[in-house]
Design a protein around this ligand. Structure first.
Ligand code: CA
Length: 740
């Protein structure tokens, strides 16, 4: 028996009685009614019973964190003040929980009445007593290990929605599952995926409103078609579905908006690639207009010369689309990157606010999408109010405020020659949460200047065609030769940098900006206590003075962080919590080369933990030992041609998890340090899926035995080079075996 079940017992009485009072009292037992009237008049916020009204009135209960971004506005700015500039020096660890994973953790917990509901890796759901750390229940959707291969960015999940006694989670393999909030038992599940032959995954947190649950999906790099679906929260019945890009033109349009969109796709065979436009992160409900804003992802393939060779904007890629929350009908859209060519998703967190713009109070929508411009839109009609750059942008000079369109920089066209472009595909800002401080007129953004050298794929250049290849990345970008392209163009490479910025979206000016010695950092929380909290890649959880950017507190977690902190209050005590563990979408993000600092998950380990802090907290975490990263000597007896061929396939298929140049980022095994035993069964692992339970699926559908042998030769060659370099036996390690 746990506290949760006891509380839900009370809850059931209150809810039943509450319904009797508010809906139809005629048949109610007078005695029940009397009891209930009393209860209803002093109705306590009761566990699990988060409803629309409660989220709409979240300001009245600042101690809870009721929805993804705390409230429907998703500003992630807490009114709590117990932890403040003066008291911060007393902040210490109250308790922590080892989550038993070293994969990335990305979730925002929902905290309601002392219970914390959140997800860890592999879409596992936890209910925890937020004061003591006691686990109340855990639900494991038992995602098959081989599904990891279908995910671009590790087996991550960004959280649950809690609504009317239920907890909703989207599992990595694409199910939407409703759980009983009291017990963690499954109530229903639905398959949200329209085509199981494609590599769809779900990593985003569902959202709830008006009796519906909303969920999207990911997979654009592999070649899927995006959509978002609304389900009845009670039964799981599908209520509506909105596709974000047109499908096969020989088939009828699913809804009228697709007819509008199809006119902006010209030539090509995009539907074979799926078109992209996945809604993998931001879905925001706006009670002021009964709108649902969806953030739409990039094109599939990335290169528009293949996706839509006749030009066109390719709606609704890289757009913010406002839908009627009840019907799924489109009200308006704003496209941030017409004819996307760079993986510039507009899926980043959307926040809502009431702000004075040009002397007039406006209901605005705020977003910092990957493309580097910060958008302020009027929620009423989608009118563009501001679009200032918040990081270094080289693909476009500015956004034309008359047309609302970015003005592309022709010098950055990579069709003929590979070019370093900022931002790269990780964006100037990714899914890591920003926060909005309306009183100060700023947003706090985990921003980055992180370039990629974009070049058209060799296959495409040689043949003029790109065929959709199931099970592989389908971007039209040359990833097979990417190491060589890096080296050949190293002199022009912009240095990757990370920042935490207090940015004024109306003036486009930084109030302050702090550089962080690694680009891939965590989400942000700000508070009325005058603080901004963020966990960084170096393992430091920091509090900044929100007016100056000065660091006023820090705690070494020894683990890189991506997840946003949240704060809540129980029995008069304010807590701060964060999940640790990095990885995620850091494409090819292995061991960084100087001047980018090495991140903590590489130095130590990727310790998946839940850390909870309060004033006076005295708990400590174990200080880890530095990882043994010595590389065993290798016997390399393959030809340069074989190693070079292996390099190409490795970069196209393996690097996204195991790291560029076979240098892993920490959470996925580093193949340079494989045991000789693993080397002996290399082909069985790669081709037969010997380790599929861990996420290393069989790749025999796209990798031949010859490929596998060549990849193996490349892995050994790279390992030996780095070993020799570490031993001081070579001046520089060889990184590529490709010739021009
Ligand atoms: Ca993408």
């Amino acid at each position: 028996m746990n506290r949760l079940i006891a509380l839900v017992g009370v809850l059931a009485v209150v809810i039943l009685g509450y319904m009797a009072v508010t809906n139809d009292t005629e048949d109610a037992n007078p005695q029940d009614q009397a009891q209930v009237s009393g209860a209803a008049s002093t109705i306590e916020p009761t566990l699990g019973f988060i409803d629309d009204e409660r989220i709409k009135n979240a300001a009245a209960e600042p101690g809870n964190w009721l929805s993804f971004g705390r409230t429907y506005e998703e500003q992630r700015h807490s009114p709590l003040t117990q932890i403040n500039r003066e008291s911060i020096s007393d902040l210490g660890l109250a308790w922590y929980k080892d989550m038993g994973t070293n994969r990335a953790q990305e979730a925002t917990p929902i905290v309601v009445d002392g219970i914390m509901f959140f997800t860890s890796s592999w879409s596992r759901v936890y209910a925890i007593d937020a004061k003591s750390g006691e686990e109340l229940w855990m639900f494991d959707p038992e995602v098959p290990g081989e599904v990891a291969r279908k995910a671009c960015c590790d087996v991550v999940n960004r959280g649950v929605a809690v609504y009317k006694g239920r907890v909703y989670v989207g599992s990595l393999d694409g199910r939407l599952i409703a759980l009983d909030a009291a017990t963690g038992k499954e109530v229903w599940e639905v398959d949200t995926i329209i085509d199981r032959t494609r590599f769809y995954t779900v990593t985003g947190a569902p959202r709830v409103a008006n009796g519906k649950v909303f969920i999207g999906n990911g997979g654009a790099e592999f070649g899927v078609r995006g959509y978002v679906t609304a389900y009845d929260a009670e039964t799981g019945e599908q209520m509506w579905r909105f596709y974000t890009v047109p499908g096969d033109p020989s088939l009828p349009f699913e809804h009228p908006e697709m007819e509008v969109a199809a006119k902006t796709w010209k030539g090509g065979n995009w539907w074979e690639f799926g078109g992209g436009g996945t809604v993998w992160n931001s879905i925001v409900y706006d009670p002021d207009f009964n709108n649902l804003y969806i953030g739409v992802g990039n094109g599939s393939p990335w290169t528009r010369i293949i996706r839509s060779p006749g030009g066109g904007d390719n709606l609704f890629l890289s757009s913010i689309v406002a839908l009627d929350a009840d019907t799924g009908k489109m009200k308006w859209y704003y496209q941030t990157t017409p004819g996307d060519n760079w993986d510039y998703t507009a899926v980043q967190d959307i926040a809502l606010a009431d702000m004075e713009v040009d002397g007039e109070m406006r209901k605005v929508l705020l977003q910092a999408p990957k493309n580097g411009f910060f958008y302020v839109l009027d929620r009423r009609d989608g009118k563009l109010l501001r679009a200032h750059p918040y990081a270094t942008v080289t693909w476009a000079s500015h956004v034309d405020m008359e047309t609302g369109r970015p003005v592309e920089n022709p010098d950055m066209d990579y069709t003929e020659k590979a070019k370093w472009v900022l931002p790269g595909p990780l964006g100037a800002h990714n899914w890591q949460a920003m926060s909005v401080d309306v009183d100060s007129g700023v947003v706090y953004i985990p921003a980055q200047d992180n370039p990629l050298i974009y070049g058209v794929s060799e296959q495409l250049k040689k043949t003029g065609v790109l065929k959709h290849e199931p099970g592989r990345w389908n971007t039209g970008i040359e990833f097979g030769r990417v190491t060589k392209m890096f080296i050949d163009n190293i002199a022009e490479q912009p240095t990757p940098k990370g920042y935490l910025k207090a940015f004024d979206p109306l003036t486009g000016k930084d109030k302050w900006s702090v550089e962080i010695p690694h680009y891939w950092n965590g989400g942000v929380l700000s508070s009325a206590g005058g603080l901004v909290f963020q966990g960084d890649a170096l393992g430091m959880l920091k509090a900044y003075d929100k007016d100056t950017g000065e660091v006023v507190w820090e705690f070494n977690t020894y683990t890189s962080m991506l997840a946003p902190p949240v704060t809540f209050e129980i029995d008069g005590v304010q807590y701060l919590s964060i999940l640790t563990g990095s990885g995620g979408g850091d494409l090819f993000g292995g061991e960084p080369l100087p001047p980018v600092a090495e991140h903590a998950s590489l130095t130590y380990n990727n310790y998946g933990r839940l850390l909870v802090f309060s004033l006076g907290g005295k708990e400590t975490i174990p200080v880890p030992t530095v990882r043994d990263r010595s590389i065993p000597p290798q016997v390399v007896n393959a030809s340069v041609e074989d190693i070079a061929a292996g390099e190409i396939v490795y970069n196209e298929v393996c690097a996204v998890c195991h790291g560029l140049a076979v240098r892993s980022g920490g959470s996925i095994p580093d193949l340079r340090r494989m045991s000789e035993g693993s080397h002996q069964i290399f082909n069985q692992i790669v081709l037969e899926g010997l380790l599929s339970a861990n996420g290393m699926a069989a790749f025999d559908d796209i990798i031949s035995e010859k490929d596998s042998n060549q990849i193996h030769a490349y892995v050994r060659a790279r390992a030996e080079q780095d070993r020799l370099y570490a031993a001081g036996e070579v001046e520089l390690p060889q990184l590529t075996w490709l010739s021009d």
